[in-house]
Design a protein around this ligand. Structure first.
Ligand SMILES: [Zn+2]
Length: 478
C-alpha cells in the first residue's frame, strides 16, 4: 500500500493587513516529515511517501503566489509519486488566500485531480478551521482536534491515519454527514476546559464510540475571515447513512443550543479599565492580554494601541512600578536599536506599518537596554521609556515563554505589570500571574467580532444576528 503525506497549515485573518509569504512557512520534507508520522511504522506493508508540510504562525492572508507554489509542489509530488492508495492531508482549515475563497477545498480538489477518484483522502484539521460543502465532498475522511488549547494534535493526525488505513484495509468508504452551525466564536471563547465546550466535546467522544460510527468531529469555525464558509460544522462518519445523519444533526443541535453560553475563558475589560486594574493590584506580576493584535491568532503584531496608552497615561508613567510590554514587530526600529546598541537613546517611528489601527506609528524617544538575536523574532531589542520596557522584534513573534522575556532582560518575575499580545495565558505566564485580565483591544483578531465588518458570511449568524425563532439545521449526506 502507498500513501502520501503533506499539507499546508496556517490560520489566517482577512481582517489583518499582514500578508503571509513563503518565508513565513516552515517547510518539512522527506525524513523530517516521516518522523512526524511514527505510527505508520506499525504497518510494514505500507510505504509512506513524504511530500511537503508547510506550517506558519497564524497571520494575515497568504499571498496567492506563495499558496500556488506550495499547492503545485504538492500536486506535482502526487503526480511524480506514481499510483497512490491514499493521501494524509494536514490542514488547519482557516487558510485565507488573497483573491481565493475556500483555499483548503481548492487544495483538496487539486490533489484529487492528481490522485484520481479511487485514492482515499483523509484530512486532519484544527477545530478552529472551517468545513465547506466543497471540502467535505472532495475528501473522503475528515476529523479535527477535540481540545482547545490543543493538546491532541498528534492523536488527531493518528486518528486520521488510522481511519484511512481501516478504509483501505476493509475496502470501504464510510458514509459522511455534514451539518453547518451558524455560529462564529472568537478563540478565547472556545476552551474545551470549561463549559459549555467541555460537554460538547465529551459528546463528540461518546458519539464516536457508537456502534457503526467511525468518527465524529465538531469544528468551532474561524471568525476572523470574511468568507462564506466561515461558521461551525459537524461531520460524522460511519457505516450507514441513517445513523450518521442522525448523529451529525444531534451534535449540531447540541452546539446550536449552547450558542448563548460561550463566554470568555477569563475576565475581560476595556484597555483603560485593564490598566486601572493592573495599577490597583497589589500582587505582582499582573498580566494584561492585549488580545486584538495577538500574533498567535493572526494579528499583524504591530498595532500600537496598548503601548501608546502605557506611554501617554500620566498615572502609568508616574506609577513607580516596572512595566513590561511585548511586543511590536518593526524591522526598521529593531535595526536602528541594534545599530545604536545598549545604553544609547534613539528616536524612532514605531509600529503601525502593517496594521494602521489607531494611533498607528508612534514617535518614540527611548533608551536601548538590550539587543539579541532571537530564533523566532530575529533581531530583537528591549527599549525603555520611563517605567515601561518594551520589546521590538524584526519578525512577528509571540512572547509566550519565560525565556522569551529573560533573553531580553525583561524577566517577568521582576515586573509588576506585564502586557502581552496573547489571548489566554500560555503555561509559563499562567504559572507566575498573580492577576490577569484580557483587554478587548482593537486589531485584526478583535475578540469582539461584531466590531469587524463581516459582509460575506451566511446570515443569520450568531453573534452578528439574533436568530429567533430557531434556525433549522440541515444535513448534507454522502
Ligand atoms: Zn486552533
Amino acid at each position: 500500500m502507498r500513501v502520501a503525506v503533506g499539507g499546508i497549515h496556517i490560520e489566517s485573518s482577512t481582517f489583518s493587513p499582514h500578508t503571509a509569504g513563503l518565508a513565513d512557512f516552515r517547510i518539512k520534507r522527506g525524513a523530517e516529515l516521516l518522523a512526524d508520522s511514527p505510527w505508520a511504522a506499525a504497518h510494514p506493508d505500507l510505504e509512506l511517501v513524504p511530500l511537503i508540510w508547510a506550517r506558519a504562525l497564524p497571520g494575515g492572508a497568504v499571498k496567492p503566489e506563495a499558496y500556488q507554489k506550495l499547492k503545485e509542489e504538492l500536486v506535482q509530488g502526487v503526480t511524480e509519486a506514481g499510483p497512490l492508495d491514499g493521501f494524509l492531508l494536514h490542514i488547519h482549515g482557516a487558510m485565507s488566500v488573497l483573491g481565493l475563497d475556500d483555499a483548503e477545498a481548492d487544495l483538496a480538489i487539486g490533489l484529487r485531480g492528481a490522485l484520481g477518484p479511487d485514492a482515499i483522502i483523509s484530512a486532519d484539521m484544527d477545530l478552529h478551521g472551517n468545513v465547506s460543502l466543497r471540502l467535505a465532498r472532495t475528501v473522503d475522511l475528515l476529523t479535527c482536534y477535540r481540545t482547545a488549547p490543543h493538546i491532541d494534535e498528534e492523536q488527531t493526525r493518528q486518528r486520521a491515519f488510522d481511519l484511512m488505513m481501516r478504509c483501505l484495509r476493509d475496502g470501504v468508504r464510510p458514509h459522511k454527514a455534514l451539518v453547518h452551525v451558524p455560529i462564529l466564536l472568537p478563540g478565547e471563547k472556545t476552551s474545551t476546559r470549561v463549559e459549555p465546550a467541555a460537554t460538547l466535546y465529551r459528546e463528540v467522544e461518546a458519539i464516536a464510540q457508537r456502534e457503526g460510527i467511525f468518527d465524529a468531529s465538531v469544528w468551532m469555525g474561524y471568525p476572523w475571515a470574511d468568507e462564506p464558509r466561515c461558521q461551525g460544522a459537524v461531520v460524522v462518519l460511519g457505516e450507514q447513512a441513517g445513523p450518521v445523519t442522525e448523529a451529525a444533526l444531534e451534535l449540531g443541535s447540541l452546539y446550536w443550543s449552547m450558542r448563548d453560553r460561550f463566554g470568555f475563558v477569563g475576565p475581560t475589560a476595556s484597555l483603560d479599565q485593564a490598566i486601572d486594574q493592573a495599577l490597583a493590584a497589589t500582587d505582582r506580576p499582573f498580566f494584561i492580554s492585549d488580545t486584538g493584535d495577538n500574533p498567535g491568532a493572526g494579528g499583524a503584531d504591530d498595532v500600537t494601541t496598548a503601548l501608546a496608552r502605557l506611554l501617554e497615561r500620566a498615572d502609568v508613567q508616574g506609577c513607580g512600578r516596572r512595566i513590561v510590554y511585548a511586543s511590536i514587530v518593526d524591522p526598521q526600529a529593531a535595526a536602528t536599536a541594534a545599530a545604536a546598541g545598549p545604553g544609547a537613546t534613539i528616536q524612532i517611528k514605531l509600529g503601525g506599518r502593517i496594521d494602521p489601527t489607531p494611533p498607528g506609528p508612534l514617535d518614540v524617544t527611548a533608551q536601548v537596554t538590550a539587543v539579541v538575536e532571537d530564533p523566532d523574532g530575529g533581531t530583537c531589542a528591549a527599549l525603555a521609556v520611563g517605567p515601561v520596557s518594551f520589546a521590538v522584534t524584526s519578525r512577528r513573534k509571540q512572547y509566550r515563554l519565560r525565556q522569551d522575556y529573560e533573553r531580553l532582560g525583561l524577566a517577568f518575575d521582576q515586573a509588576d505589570i506585564v502586557v502581552v499580545k496573547i489571548g489566554y495565558l500560555e503555561p509559563d505566564l499562567q504559572a507566575v500571574a498573580a492577576g490577569w485580565v484580557m483587554a478587548l483591544t482593537p486589531g485584526g483578531v478583535d475578540q469582539d467580532i461584531r466590531r469587524l465588518a463581516h459582509g460575506r458570511v451566511e446570515r443569520p449568524m450568531v453573534p452578528l444576528d439574533d436568530p429567533s425563532p430557531d434556525v433549522r439545521l440541515q444535513a448534507y449526506v454522502w
